[in-house]
Design a protein around this ligand. Structure first.
Ligand code: AR6
Length: 183
């Protein structure tokens, strides 16, 4: 589905984020920046070792990356020029969970904007291994992205969902979002 928020095209689709031809991809990383399964594993597998080499340098400098923050590397062999590695909260039903999740999207858009990216593909952070229920995470994600676009506009934000069910949750929320204009 497609819609507009101010000057930004908002897209949602079902797919593998590593195959997106966006300028940047967001990775659902862990605080050690050590790689793992899910989106993280797929990005490192397709992007090759150059991404981890950059993360090794960042890790040596700053130790890792706490939940709600992000670091940026090149895209290695991916079509995307950059990968923004953000660390979502491990879901625990705490008030800090939505705050940290929203911060992931805000800081990812800030980094994307600061590096001159026009198109950014974003997965559903924290809703896999970190067990954040997607029904609760998706409204936080969408609101945080729209809020962030007020300050850090991009040409396109693409929500890349990995199942029909996840896509349907996003599609319904985006269709009902009053701040969006349909395509
Ligand atoms: N493209 C798009 N979405 C995907 C892909 C893909 N290739 N693969 C999985 N998803 P997760 P998290 C969806 O577990 O919950 C890693 O081990 C998936 O269905 O990737 O933030 C890290 O190293 C789900 O909806 O991220 C961390 O340790 C969503 O992406 C930990 O997992 C997020 O699932 C992070 O957990």
């Amino acid at each position: 589905m497609k819609a507009h928020y101010r000057g930004t095209l908002i897209t949602a689709l079902i797919g593998d984020i590593t195959l997106q031809d966006a300028d940047g991809l967001v990775n659902a990383a862990n605080s050690r920046l050590a790689g793992g399964g899910g989106v993280d594993g797929a990005i490192h597998a397709r992007g090759g070792p150059a991404i981890m080499r950059e993360l090794d340098i960042i890790r040596a400098r700053q130790g890792g990356c706490p939940a709600g923050q992000a670091v940026i590397t090149g895209g290695g062999k991916l079509a995307a020029r950059y990968v923004i590695h953000t660390v979502g909260p491990v879901y625990g039903g705490r008030p800090s969970d939505p705050e940290q999740l929203a911060a992931c999207y805000l800081i990812s858009l800030r980094l994307a904007h600061g590096h001159g990216l026009r198109t950014l593909a974003i997965p559903s952070i924290s809703t896999g291994a970190y067990r954040y229920p997607i029904e609760a995470a998706a409204p936080v994600a969408i609101a945080a992205v729209l809020d962030a676009l007020d300050t850090y506009p991009l040409a396109e934000v693409r929500f890349v969902l990995y199942s029909d069910r996840d896509y349907e949750i996003y599609r319904r929320l985006l269709a009902a979002e009053k701040r969006l204009k349909p395509q």
